[in-house]
Design a protein around this ligand. Structure first.
Ligand SMILES: Cc1cc2nc3c(=O)[nH]c(=O)nc-3n(C[C@H](O)[C@H](O)[C@H](O)COP(=O)(O)OP(=O)(O)OC[C@H]3O[C@@H](n4cnc5c(N)ncnc54)[C@H](O)[C@@H]3O)c2cc1C
Length: 253
């Protein structure tokens, strides 16, 4: 079973800053981690490989520093890793990101299953997994909790709001991993050492033969108009800050 896992490197901080000019994330100087749901995606892929054989390839689109996340995926046990990095990708929205990842998946080829995380901790849209499936024209199951493979078919137990749903779909397919799916393994020292020696190819848009008009800002139909922290009620904030000295009696009951 050949599996491709899409992983996104996200900032490891709650202090995410936004470029006021472009309304995009400022990534310089911010420590980064693998998006936590993507660790569940990697773990699911490694467990399937252990059960059915095959290979696991980690795929990321991002700046050159995203190679660190891919190296961590290799250290966990992935066989190969590919980075898509190109200045022309700056400003890509979820549609453009899905398109580029789908093109890269087609270039890797020979896959039975694509696994994404349920959502990214920073962008948080949960659109990229379904977007990739749509671009590839393959079935998809989001919020996966359990998977069983039966020849060229797969059963997926999905976590919905207050219930479960089990669906069957043909392979190749795409699933997005929920955090309840598994407990991601830690990379052992041997894995870390082996990962250091692995070649991670970096592909540009030309390498994956992507249409530049469908990438970056020009390929992104959505625009971030404004990003701001949610406003607190100034009165309630003041009550909390000043030890509730002005807290109205009716609120204390
Ligand atoms: C108009 C616009 C402009 C933007 N400009 C920028 C920008 O300049 N710089 C910037 O950093 N962000 C930018 N973004 C954010 C960027 O579009 C998202 O980070 C990206 O599309 C992924 O969306 P998400 O974070 O919501 O991922 P989700 O859809 O929540 O992610 C779900 C899953 O998809 C996979 N996935 C998501 N992204 C990647 C990836 N890059 N590589 C591999 N797998 C992935 C992972 O498995 C992840 O768990 C912009 C967004 C918009 C709308």
């Amino acid at each position: 079973m050949n599996i491709i896992v899409c992983i996104k490197q996200v900032p490891d901080t709650s202090e995410i800053s936004i470029d006021p000019e472009t309304n995009t994330l400022v990534r310089e100087g911010v420590p980064s981690i693998i998006n936590p749901y993507d660790e569940n995606a990697i773990e699911a892929a490694l467990q399937l490989k252990e059960e059915y054989g095959g290979t696991v390839t980690a795929l990321s689109m991002g700046p050159p520093q995203a190679e660190e996340a891919l190296r961590q995926a290799l250290a966990m046990g992935c066989d190969d890793a590919v980075l898509i990095s190109d200045r022309a990708l700056a400003g890509s929205d979820t549609l453009a990101t899905s398109y580029v990842l789908a093109e890269a998946i087609q270039k890797i080829g020979g896959y039975d299953l694509v696994i994404c995380g349920k959502q990214a901790f920073d962008g948080d849209t949960a659109q990229v997994g379904p977007g990739i499936a749509e671009q590839l024209g393959i079935p998809q199951a989001t919020y996966a909790m359990e998977v069983k493979v039966d020849g060229k078919k797969m059963q997926v137990k999905r976590l919905l709001a207050g219930s479960f749903e089990t669906i069957e779909m043909k392979l190749p397919a795409l699933i997005t991993a929920d955090k309840h799916m598994n407990v991601p393994r830690h990379a052992g020292l041997r894995g870390v050492m082996a990962a250091r020696k692995k070649e991670i190819p970096t592909w540009t848009l030309e390498d994956i033969q992507a249409d530049p008009e469908k990438c970056g800002l020009s390929g992104s139909p959505t625009t971030v108009v404004e990003i701001f922290p949610p406003q607190r009620s100034s009165f309630l904030t003041s009550c909390v800050r000043h030890n509730c000295s002005k807290w109205p009696a009716e609120f204390s009951r």
